[in-house]
Design a protein around this ligand. Structure first.
Ligand SMILES: Cc1cc2nc3c(=O)[nH]c(=O)nc-3n(C[C@H](O)[C@H](O)[C@H](O)COP(=O)(O)OP(=O)(O)OC[C@H]3O[C@@H](n4cnc5c(N)ncnc54)[C@H](O)[C@@H]3O)c2cc1C
Length: 598
């Protein structure tokens, strides 16, 4: 059976020593009172909820899954899930970083990020129920009418109702421009919505009396393609003027998907049969309104894999210390035992350190993005808000795709540490691998993320935002360029940072001649930039650790940080050289292959 210990020490390192968030909050009036002690106390409580309430339900939830009653169309979630949700509401967790105007606690988003990481480690399938509600809250907060806010916001904030995002249809996932769900305007200003949605996470469940669906659909006179999509809010139960539940709306669950992982989360086929909804935002501008939810969800999905990477690592580490097998190549290490613990073997260490470096690097990046979001929304200085928004937009596809690719690599490596036992259900490791796989697919596949990054966010603005990130790297290089002790961390990012401009320009020129060149290079490109970003954070983490050690701090945490940084730069970062080469290999070897793929 796996175990889970919330990584509070590392979270505190990132929040207080690396990012100095309490200091940053002093410049944001809304968060000026949030100090380190408050942050630590909330994280500790959140960690308790994750480890003591959500985590014990993870394996049972995977085994039991969700069931649909075909007569009533109601879904029963695994045993204990509903009760855990009740505790989650009771603890006030849904309201943590929500607007006080709607009953929220108004705390920084950064805190929510860390709490969600722990809940994802504990139980990704369960965490998706409240996770999607938060996205629906953000979308309505940004684009809802006063009436919609009045009707839905306080209930979403308190967690009394949950939310979903309904985009996908059987014939369209990536290409939402093809969606067919129709919305017919009614005389009373509402819309009657008809169509079929599939793969809707948390689309039906028994946690709450109502579910608020955010649905993409097409108005009768809508232009074709993605410019003709509108967004609607469609409650499972209609809501009376006094806020009480009205009659059942025409939306029901027609089936549940049988899938590879996240069995505890109900992935619903939803049938909309003249369901009554109201328009969110402007007609035909639904995709941009939905992007509020999608962007939040993309960061959330990266966070899911971060959580799985951490919990898989913790368990693989414990196993590697305990399991004895063979002797160390360089001589006996555990003389009192018939064999050495497998942690003595270099390749076992490589697998463990890969997961550790990806977990800690991912935590630094994800927390940094959350801080940028806090600044984007609440910083008094317009320039800071604008810069933060641009940076977070650049980093979002990296959080989504790089962290989830790394999560897959890491959970698989951690399973491998267990040998054959990792493949057996009892140890829980195969569940982490299965659960992590979906994260590379939903919320826009990782290929789509890479096209968004290279095509739209980098080449689309002539590299302007990339330069902003480049300036952060350049500043660190300038700061530490002459510090010999930092050379092993600074030189690789300085070198890659220099190459990045030429590399990007080269791909941009090729793309102008043939747009498929961008598609051929984008996935490799995203990983290269992902490593530059991780390299930057690993160098900064090494900088903090070195300063502590030089000041006489003997906490082994800092030595561990330096050792992990060294591993990262020696063993993971060099992947960039190969990726730059393959990105440059061009599109011909991919598209000139009709006979090979006949
Ligand atoms: C468990 C689960 C939960 C989900 N939850 C939700 C949810 O809550 N709400 C919701 O609306 N949807 C949800 N989805 C749907 C998910 O977002 C889609 O599956 C995903 O966007 C991909 O769409 P698709 O499956 O139709 O694949 P397709 O779009 O058919 O893509 C197939 C392949 O082609 C590739 N491809 C497509 N277009 C391009 C291109 N232009 N260039 C390069 N490659 C391309 C894709 O990357 C992919 O590898 C969920 C799916 C699953 C499995």
């Amino acid at each position: 059976m796996p175990t889970y210990t919330p990584p509070l020490r590392d979270m505190q390192f990132v929040l207080h020593e690396l990012l100095n968030v309490a200091e940053e909050y002093k410049a944001i009036p809304k968060h000026a009172d949030v100090d380190a002690d408050t942050i630590n106390a909330i994280l500790e409580e959140g960690g308790k909820f994750a480890a003591e309430v959500a985590f014990p339900l993870n394996i049972a939830g995977d085994t039991e899954g969700c069931t649909l009653n075909r007569d009533t169309h109601e879904v029963t979630t695994p045993t204990g899930f509903k009760e855990a949700y009740a505790k989650y509401i009771e603890g006030g967790w849904p309201a943590l970083s929500c607007d006080p105007e709607y009953g929220g606690q108004g705390l920084p988003f950064t805190l929510n990020q860390n709490i969600y990481e722990m809940m994802n480690s504990a139980n990704q399938a369960w965490t998706m129920y409240p996770g999607l509600s938060h996205g629906a809250y953000e979308c309505l907060h940004a684009h809802g009418t006063d009436e919609q806010k009045k009707t839905y916001m306080t209930k979403l904030v308190s967690g009394e109702w949950t939310g979903t995002m309904c985009l996908t249809e059987p014939h369209c996932g990536t290409d939402l421009g093809m969606l067919r769900t129709k919305a017919e305007p009614q005389a009373d200003g509402t819309y009657r919505i008809t169509g079929n949605k599939i793969f809707i996470s948390a689309g039906e469940h028994d946690f709450t009396p109502n579910i608020i669906h955010l649905v993409l659909a097409r108005l009768p006179d809508a232009p074709q393609g993605s410019k003709g999509i509108s967004l609607f809010v469609v409650p499972k139960f209609k809501v009376n003027a006094d806020g009480s539940l009205g009659e059942r709306n025409g939306i029901h669950c027609g089936g549940l998907e049988h899938k590879m992982g996240i069995h505890g989360n109900a992935t619903a086929q939803l049938v909309l049969d003249g369901a009554i909804g109201t328009l969110v935002g402007e007609p035909n501008k639904g995709l941009s309104a939905m992007f509020v939810m999608m962007n939040a969800a993309r960061l959330g999905v990266g966070n899911q894999s971060l959580g799985l990477t951490e919990v898989a690592y913790q368990n693989a580490l414990a196993y590697a210390k305990d399991r004895i097998q063979m002797r160390s190549l360089s001589g006996v290490k555990a003389k009192d035992k018939p064999a050495d613990p497998i942690i003595v073997h270099p390749d076992v260490r490589k697998m463990l350190l890969t997961a550790k470096a990806y977990a800690e690097g991912g935590r630094a990046l994800a927390t940094y993005c959350a801080l940028l979001l806090d600044k984007e929304i609440h910083h008094p200085d317009e320039k800071v808000r604008k810069d933060s928004a641009e940076l977070v937009a650049l980093l979002t596809p990296i959080v989504k795709a790089f962290l989830t690719d790394n999560g897959w690599t890491s959970t698989s490596a951690c399973l491998q540490v267990f040998g054959g036992h990792g493949y057996i259900k009892e140890w829980g490791m195969e569940q982490y691998v299965r659960d992590s796989r979906i994260n590379m697919i939903y919320e826009g596949t990782n290929t789509v993320q890479s096209l968004d990054l290279l095509g739209r966010k980098i080449l689309g603005n002539n590299g302007a935002t990339l330069k902003k990130f480049g300036k952060l790297v350049a500043r660190l290089v300038e700061e530490e360029g002459v510090n010999e002790k930092m050379a092993e961390f600074i030189n690789p990012i300085a070198y890659l940072g220099d190459q990045m401009t030429k590399f990007t320009t080269e791909l941009g020129f090729k793309g102008m001649q043939n747009a498929d060149e961008v598609g051929a290079a984008a996935v490799d490109y995203l990983r290269v930039l992902g490593h530059l970003v991780f390299g930057y954070f690993w160098a900064r983490m090494a900088q903090v650790a070195l300063k502590q050690i030089e000041a006489g701090n003997t906490d082994p945490f800092y030595v561990a940080k330096l050792q992990t940084a060294r591993f990262y730069f020696a063993r993971l970062f060099p992947e960039t050289a190969m990726l730059m080469r393959t990105a440059r290999a061009g599109v011909k070897n991919l598209l000139d292959t009709d006979e090979a793929l006949a």
